[in-house]
Design a protein around this ligand. Structure first.
Ligand code: ATP
Ligand code: MG
Length: 669
């Protein structure tokens, strides 16, 4: 196999297969390329079957890109069976195969954060001593325990204050409740496979036999549970290639442990370490900025990084008057810049700290008719209508999913009142069965009148009939007729202030169904429940990019940008309180914010612009904002400051306008 498109260190990393390998290197040094090439090498040169290779990446988007690239090298046919997925998807795969061993039934549901929260609130309702307001803190705490691979009993045993004890007890009930619902939450997708492997040697054997080689990208962001999962899957042979960069660890709030890089060295005495030092992504100046900034963090591993791509243009830091001024400035610049450089919209990315920052940019981009894609943010799945259909689909595949049941039992209205549901709930809890099952119980007659029972059973009969059909034949077709039969479109029309809104919402519903059809066609699952589980793990951007790549400006958070690269990068809102984020300053996690800034800077290939606003509206008031402290850590000689708020904005716009005209003349000449 031809490895000439790799440097000697990269080649060494690809060819080394005698033991566990860690590739540790800074941004843009070709770590991900090593993984991609190594997959091809393992198949083509080492003769390992694609089905025996698993690569784990951080996002679905990254997974898809990697699969695409491997496909290009090998041809689609030759990579058949290869698993490239996120940790969560891998966990889902494992649970799908072996959930029965954990006492779960077929058709289990997956709970997202909102579902988990409402489950916790439900538990609170039965417990008068607890305060409903801290349900969200409880959810975070439980999630943190799961990420740290701490079981409920352990949490209870080690709690050293009242609050932790309360949450630990709640954790235990939460976990029992999830199981009663036949549901896993997001964190379970990693945690439960580990539990499975610890308890069931045969299941572990199955997966170890299947995985002859494991590759993990963005290794610095694995949490304790993920580390355990990797370790178990590897077994004694430890055929692993992990690549990572401790300076890009930005998920400590989700339990990521950059120490896991060092832990590998302890756990595997024969670990080979390879460092890469050439950056192939960014102009010299951009790289210099990144290097200088990150020097301010302490380091376990020393790294160097150089680039011979030319020094490039100065980094621009622009002060804008307000949030609107900032969004307008960036949008106008992108429009003229694109025109001058004859570039594509997709060459540009706008990066920000929090999803809430995207809205004002969307406004101006839309005004200038610049196509854009917002990654993450208010996910498709957070829309009411999408949550509704998903709940119907979930109930269709898992009747014990009480959260789904409660969401839709009265959507559209079926005249089943709150008190009926309360009594049903009490009865179900008393009997230790799901709400759905309780609808058919004889004992219910003592608590509810006949009319109420008829309504409940009417609904349950309908779901049962559809579920039977879905089992028998084409699940997706049944899902479609379910949406028709339940009269959801009319319900939307009733609920929306005008028809156009109702239609748009119905389009989202149809989009869910179309997507389901596509997934089925692409073999992403055999039963409806498998398809539904798969969908829960994806988000809107990925959905859009599934088939065709659109030419649009990308908007995303620094977190979401990890691993990606763009010719022209705009980092916006580079201010105190935003980057570094206010809570990080309070919690003393500045180092992580600096790493986040490092991730942002190193996304840029050719040009980097950072903006900040002099004033921003907070709680209805204009407050003064200060430029981020990180800006003062950049090399002064490589930066031009453009400032002065709105007034200068107009001036530069004029200059830009002239440049725009010039290039127009150019083009016509
Ligand atoms: P990050 O830390 O941001 O994830 P990375 O180390 O994974 O970055 P890659 O994304 O693999 O880096 O590579 C960065 C860019 O450099 C890509 O465009 C890639 O195609 C290119 N590249 C990698 N290795 C080489 C090489 N040996 N020769 C030329 N280009 C390369
Ligand atoms: Mg990478």
């Amino acid at each position: 196999m031809n490895l000439s498109n790799l440097n000697p260190q990269q080649q060494a990393a690809v060819k080394y297969i005698d033991g566990p390998l860690l590739v540790l290197a800074g941004a843009g040094s070709g770590k991900t390329r090593v993984i991609t090439q190594k997959i091809a090498y393992l198949i083509q040169t080492c003769g390992i079957k694609p089905g025996h290779i698993t690569a784990v990446t951080f996002t679905n988007k990254a997974a898809r890109e990697m699969k695409g690239r491997v496909g290009e090298i090998l041809g689609k046919k030759d990579s058949k069976g290869l698993i490239v997925s996120t940790f969560h998807n891998l966990g889902l795969r494992i649970l799908r195969k072996h959930h029965a061993k954990l006492g779960y039934k077929d058709g289990f549901s997956i709970f997202d954060a909102t579902d988990s929260l409402s489950l916790i609130k439900g538990l609170y309702a039965h417990d008068s001593s607890s305060n409903v307001d801290d349900a969200e803190s409880a959810r975070w705490k439980i999630s943190a325990w799961k990420n740290d691979f701490i079981a409920p009993q352990q949490a209870i045993a080690t709690a050293d204050n009242d609050n932790d004890m309360r949450f630990a007890m709640l954790y235990e009930r939460y976990q029992r409740q999830l199981k009663a619902y036949n549901a896993f939450d997001f964190d379970d997708l990693i945690l439960q496979p580990v539990v499975l492997f610890e308890q069931h040697q045969d299941a572990l054997q199955y997966w170890q036999n299947r995985m002859h080689y494991l590759l993990v990208d963005e290794y610095q962001d694995t949490n304790a549970s993920q580390y355990q999962l990797v370790k178990l899957l590897l077994g004694v042979n430890a055929r692993l290639t992990a690549v990572g960069d401790d300076d890009q660890s930005v998920y400590s709030w989700r339990g990521a442990r950059p120490e896991n890089l060092a832990l590998l060295q302890e756990d595997y005495g024969n670990l080979k370490l390879i460092k890469l030092e050439q950056n192939y992504r960014s102009a010299g100046r951009i790289l210099k900025c990144a290097n200088q900034l990150i020097k301010n963090n302490p380091h376990t591993f020393e790294k160097q990084l150089w680039s011979d791509l030319g020094y490039g243009d100065p980094i621009r830091i622009i002060e804008c008057g307000s949030a609107d001024g900032e969004a307008e400035r960036v949008s106008v610049e992108i429009s003229t810049h694109k025109f001058q450089k004859r570039s594509k919209f997709s060459d540009y990315v706008i990066l920000y700290r929090g999803n809430f920052q995207s809205r004002v940019f969307e406004k101006y981009l839309r005004e200038l008719q610049i196509p854009y894609v917002v990654s993450g943010g208010v996910s498709f799945f957070e829309r009411t209508e999408v949550k509704d259909v998903m709940a119907y689909l979930r109930l269709l595949s898992n009747q014990d999913d009480d959260t789904a049941f409660l969401r839709i039992i009265n959507t559209p209205r079926r005249e089943i009142g709150a008190s009926t549901l309360e009594k049903l709930g009490e009865y179900a809890t008393h009997r230790g069965i799901s709400l759905f099952a309780a609808c058919y119980e004889f004992g219910l007659q003592e608590r509810l009148n006949e009319r109420a029972i008829n309504k409940l059973q009417g609904f349950a009969d309908w779901i049962n009939r559809l579920a039977d059909q879905a089992n028998g034949t084409d699940g997706v077709a049944v899902a479609r007729s379910m949406v028709l039969e339940l009269g959801y479109e009319d319900w939307l029309k009733d609920q929306s202030s005008d028809l156009a809104i109702a239609e748009r919402r119905m389009e989202n519903v149809n989009e869910v169904l179309d997507w389901l059809t596509r997934l089925a066609k692409n073999g992403k699952g055999e039963s409806l429940s498998e398809l539904v589980a798969h969908m829960t793990l994806m988000d809107i951007l990925e959905r859009n990019n599934e088939e065709q790549q659109t030419d649009a400006v990308y908007l995303m958070t620094f977190h979401a940008a990890k691993g990606l690269e763009f010719p022209y990068v705009y980092m916006v809102g580079v201010e105190e309180e935003i980057l570094p984020h206010r809570t990080s300053v309070m919690e003393d996690s500045l180092e992580e914010e600096r790493r986040l800034t490092y991730v942002g800077i190193t996304r840029a290939q050719k040009e980097l612009t950072m903006t900040h606003a002099a004033k921003r509206r907070r709680y209805g008031e204009d407050v003064d904002c200060e430029p981020s402290r990180f800006l003062s850590e950049l090399p002064e000689d490589d930066i031009v400051w453009e400032g002065g708020g709105r007034k200068l904005d107009e001036e530069t716009n004029k200059i830009r306008g002239r440049a725009h005209l010039d290039s127009l003349k150019d083009m016509l000449a």
